[in-house]
Design a protein around this ligand. Structure first.
Ligand code: TXA
Ligand code: MG
Length: 333
């Protein structure tokens, strides 16, 4: 069935009930949703994304009260975070309740749960009346979509409906906090910042750097545009740009703030200096780099405070080694 961009949420909920795939907006990024109780529907998510089937999915709920149908042994710290930050861009990892599908948890004993705040997501979840499993609505390894047209371009022929909901407010995937051990540990930084979590709980909330969990967001080469993202420092932008231009590459610089002198022929991809705004714009800017046909995008990481940590995390992963890059022609290397 061809994808239909729609605003009819009752009909989209029906499509979910019949086992279909519905892409929908959240405050973070667009999700690719299916009924979390329907193994065939969940299998369709993995097929559409081209994502390995053992990677776990987040279950989206209309209300925090539904948490106990999906998780057991919920520790006080998780209740406290749910009260403070739901609905919102926070995913909690908890011990799964009996009956939660292996296809959703990737066979693990934990499940990721989130109550999104986007009004369209909430209305869709209310209309559907149960959990919706949804990864970001992009092809595996690619940049997450923050507008309906991004989903249409990338997955349009592989989903049954795309619910229109404008631009995503946060622009980066949710903060993932593992509470399954009884203590909060950040697995993926996001819009709910480490500072916010610590202020709310009154204890340090560490960021786990590595994980034994099969988590695509934690692979080094995730969230990548086609252009090769190259991390550099402000002082080295000019030299790096000249080097790349000398090899015949089409070079861009992702840059916030006042223009400094750049070598002739370098494309400036502007991004806001304000971190919240930069987070909101980041993925659209990476897509822009691809639309402009850039081979390389030079990037200076933002300060790692607040949501700057999440931006830096995604840019590092975008810059991570990936097979496609080395498989390209030598001029790209
Ligand atoms: O903001 C978001 O979180 C978006 C929107 C659509 O809600 N979703 C999203 O899903 O980013 P996805 O699948 O692209 O990333 C979810 C991350 C993955 O890294 C996955 O491995 C991790 O959450 N995850 C899910 N369940 C988990 C679990 N039980 N334990 C550890 N990590 C888990
Ligand atoms: Mg994703």
């Amino acid at each position: 069935m061809a994808a239909v961009v729609t605003s009819n949420l009752d009909e989209a909920a029906d499509v979910l009930r019949r086992g279909g795939l519905v892409a929908f907006p959240t405050e973070t990024v667009y999700g690719l949703g299916a009924s979390a109780r329907d193994p065939d529907a969940v299998a369709r998510i993995f097929a559409a994304k081209g994502r390995p089937a053992d990677h776990p999915l987040i279950v989206h709920l209309a209300r925090a009260e539904a948490l106990d149908s999906w998780a057991v042994d919920v520790p006080a710290v998780a209740r406290s975070l749910a009260r403070a930050f739901w609905p919102g861009p926070l995913t909690l990892i908890l011990r799964r309740a009996p009956g939660v599908l292996d296809a959703v948890t990737g066979g693990q004993e934990t499940v990721g749960l989130r109550v999104p705040s986007h009004p369209v997501a909430r209305q869709l979840l209310e209309a559907f009346g149960d959990g919706v499993a949804a990864p970001s609505a992009n092809r595996f390894g690619r940049v997450s979509p923050t507008r309906a047209e991004h989903v249409l371009a990338e997955l349009g022929d592989r989903v049954d409906r795309i619910v229109e909901g404008g631009s995503c407010e946060v622009g980066l995937e949710s903060t993932i906090v593992d509470c399954s051990s009884g203590q909060a540990v950040i697995l993926r930084p996001g819009g709910v910042t480490q500072e916010m979590l610590e202020a709310s709980l009154g204890v340090p909330v560490p960021l786990r750097q590595t994980s034994d969990v099969r988590a695509p967001g934690q692979l080094p080469s995730h969230y990548a545009p086609r252009a090769q993202v190259i991390l550099t420092s402000t002082g080295e932008v000019d030299t790096r740009a000249r080097e790349l231009l000398g090899r015949g590459a089409r070079v861009g610089v992702l840059r916030a703030g006042a223009p400094a002198a750049l070598p002739e022929g370098v494309t400036v991809v502007d991004i806001a200096a304000d971190l919240e705004t930069a987070a909101r714009e980041l993925y659209a800017r990476l897509r822009q780099a691809d639309d402009e046909g850039l081979d390389a995008l030079l990037v200076v990481l933002p300060p790692e405070i607040g949501v700057g940590r999440a931006i830096a995390d995604r840019l590092r992963r975008a810059a991570g080694p990936r097979p496609e890059v080395s498989a390209r022609s030598p001029s790209d290397s």
